[in-house]
Write a protein that binds this ligand. Structure first.
Ligand code: NAP
Length: 253
């Protein structure tokens, strides 16, 4: 039997890349998405073309009832879950903190932090040997912004990813003896729709960021996907509580 993974936000960008790389490595993939059913269906078809099982499941991870429905679908379709990739995230607000709207701060934390909490809870209840499970791996998608603080743009987003790093450390300790490894990837600027929206609003910001990068370029979704795949696979069997910086050398401001 193939191993199974749920990728939140698996329809586009980094989640899409992780889903396709997992399929090529022999995983069955549950592709969660928020709104873009066509993109999710395209990922499902690509996974199935690799000979693996896949299905798309709509659900907003910031809503606990949606998360319950997402995991119920995994139970129904796969019966077991070996890995969770907490990838769904938003970074809509861009600007100084004194100009950021309270509702934008709240939605950023609702998806990036509470969504990750709800999905992790549901995964631990299925994977932990304490609950009769057989163990598994959780991979969180953080951001280099957790270390830079956002630098004059989206501090609320950076703070939400700081929380992701803390959750990674704490949960790894909590469930390390229950067969579950918990790790994270901290991508730098990566070519996806999320970053394309930021560049459209402020092209100068992008030029500054690239100039500050030792490798002198942004990353690709596949480059982040490979890190995710390694952390969810047995190749990293003695790694937990770790956070990989995949940011072209731009780990600090
Ligand atoms: P993206 O291209 O905007 O894709 C976002 C994905 O998340 C889509 O599949 C979207 O679904 C899904 N999604 C958004 N809100 C959701 C919600 N509430 N519930 C469920 N799914 C939701 O983003 P990306 O750049 O690939 O980012 C993926 C992760 O990497 C995020 O956590 C982001 O913070 C992190 N990251 C990105 C970068 C970067 O430079 N791109 C850098 C560091 C970290 P739909 O297709 O249905 O909209």
């Amino acid at each position: 039997m193939s191993k199974t993974v749920l990728v939140t936000g698996g329809s586009r960008g980094i989640g899409r890349a992780a889903s396709l790389l997992a399929a090529a490595d022999g995983w069955d993939v549950a592709v969660n998405y928020a709104a873009n059913a066509d993109a999710a269906d395209e990922v499902v078809a690509a996974v199935q073309a690799e000979g693996q099982r896949a299905f798309a499941i709509q659900g907003d991870v910031s809503r606990v009832e949606d998360v319950e429905a997402i995991f119920a679908a995994v139970d129904r379709e796969f019966g077991t879950l070996d890995a969770l990739v907490n990838n769904a995230g938003i970074g809509a607000t861009q600007g100084r903190l004194d100009e950021t709207l309270p509702e934008d701060m709240i939605s950023t934390f609702a998806v990036n932090v509470f969504g990750l909490f709800y999905c992790s809870q549901a995964a631990v209840r299925r994977m932990s040997t304490r609950h009769g499970g057989k163990g598994g791996a959780i991979v969180n998608v953080s951001s280099a912004a957790a270390r830079t603080g956002g630098v004059n743009a989206f501090i609320d987003y950076a703070a939400s990813k700081g929380a992701v790093d803390v959750i990674t450390t704490g949960l790894a300790r909590e469930v390390g003896g229950e067969g579950i490894r918990v790790n994270a990837v901290r991508p730098g600027v990566t070519e996806t729709d999320m970053i394309r929206e930021v560049i459209e609003k402020d092209p100068a910001w992008m030029e500054q960021v690239v100039a500050s990068m030792p490798m002198g370029r942004v990353g690709t979704a596949d480059e982040i996907g490979h890190c995710i795949l390694w952390l969810m696979s047995d190749a990293s069997s003695y790694v937990t509580g770790s956070i990989i910086d995949a940011s072209g050398g731009r780990a600090v401001p």
